[in-house]
Design a protein around this ligand. Structure first.
Ligand SMILES: NC(=O)c1ccc[n+]([C@@H]2O[C@H](COP(=O)([O-])OP(=O)(O)OC[C@H]3O[C@@H](n4cnc5c(N)ncnc54)[C@H](OP(=O)(O)O)[C@@H]3O)[C@@H](O)[C@H]2O)c1
Length: 245
């Protein structure tokens, strides 16, 4: 039976790194559903950067994962085509650097929906078609382990994702589906494109390795967590020694 994987937000940054790692290690009849939000050009670029053989395995689907309805449409399309799912990677996440005093309820709700509520229901909807022995991974964040000052709502949602990871173990036990999260520190993606050299320097001073992480370093770890048969309910940090020295 071919292996079916779903990754949300797989056209850029960490998600793209994980998608490419999965493709590198895939068999010829495997299928990889890759969702993206708004940037079709970037999604097409991701697709065409892959080998011809791997392009045939990719199903690129646009879906705004801040919306329950869009997520449900995404699920319907997957269910129409795929008889089962083996791996599910919930990677989409957004943030804001607005100050707490400037928060609006709408902005708070959009971030909570995208980072937490929609992933909760995506897992609920896909669980019935997930194979016994499947694997689920959440992209959490070290900002959910340690309260950074920069984004309160982001840290709160990522902390909730870590707790959700542990809480889902029981729900997924009947089908022997494993569920884990990774908690990256500062990783070099377009997420940081507006950072000044001073901001990089200030953060690098706090990291024992004095640099941001590479996408491939996170993707390698994520892949190992996804396939390791005894990891379950774990939240694995990867931050180069942030604030440890
Ligand atoms: N970079 C870091 O330092 C860092 C550290 C810890 C954790 N993380 C987490 O890692 C994950 C990926 O971050 P990244 O840095 O790799 O970001 P990124 O390069 O900006 O990639 C984000 C991906 O998510 C998609 N996306 C964004 N909003 C979406 C929406 N509303 N609906 C559907 N898809 C959406 C994007 O597609 P479109 O562009 O088409 O919308 C893109 O494919 C996030 O959960 C983030 O919280 C990142």
């Amino acid at each position: 039976m071919s292996k079916v994987t779903i990754i949300t937000g797989g056209t850029s940054g960490i998600g793209r790194g994980i998608a490419e790692k999965i493709l590198e290690n895939s068999a010829s009849d495997d299928i990889l559903y890759v969702s993206y939000g708004h940037n079709t050009e970037q999604a097409e670029e991701f697709l065409h950067a892959q080998t011809e053989e791997n392009q045939k395995k990719i199903r690129l689907l646009q879906a705004d994962m801040s919306s329950y309805d869009e997520m449900m449409k995404f699920v319907s399309r997957v269910k129409e085509e795929a008889s089962h799912v083996d791996w599910l990677i919930n990677n989409v996440g957004i943030s804001t650097y607005a100050k707490y005093e400037d928060y609006t309820f709408d902005e708070w709700t959009k971030i909570v929906n995208t980072n937490l509520s929609v992933p909760v229901f995506l897992v609920k909807e896909l669980r019935p078609i997930m194979n016994e022995g499947g694997s689920i991974l959440f992209t959490g964040s070290y900002a959910g382990q340690q309260a950074y000052s920069s984004s309160l709502v982001y840290g709160v949602t990522k902390s909730a994702i870590h707790f959700l990871t542990k809480s889902l173990v029981k729900e997924l036990e009947p089908k022997q589906i494993r569920v884990n999260a990774i908690a990256p520190g500062f990783i070099e993606t377009s997420w940081h494109k507006n950072r000044t050299p001073e901001s990089y320097e200030r953060i690098n001073r706090k990291i024992a390795l004095h640099r941001f992480g590479e996408i491939s370093e996170v993707a390698d770890m994520a892949y190992e967590v996804l396939k390791n048969g005894y990891m379950n309910g774990s939240v694995v940090d990867i931050h180069g020694g942030y604030d440890y020295f």
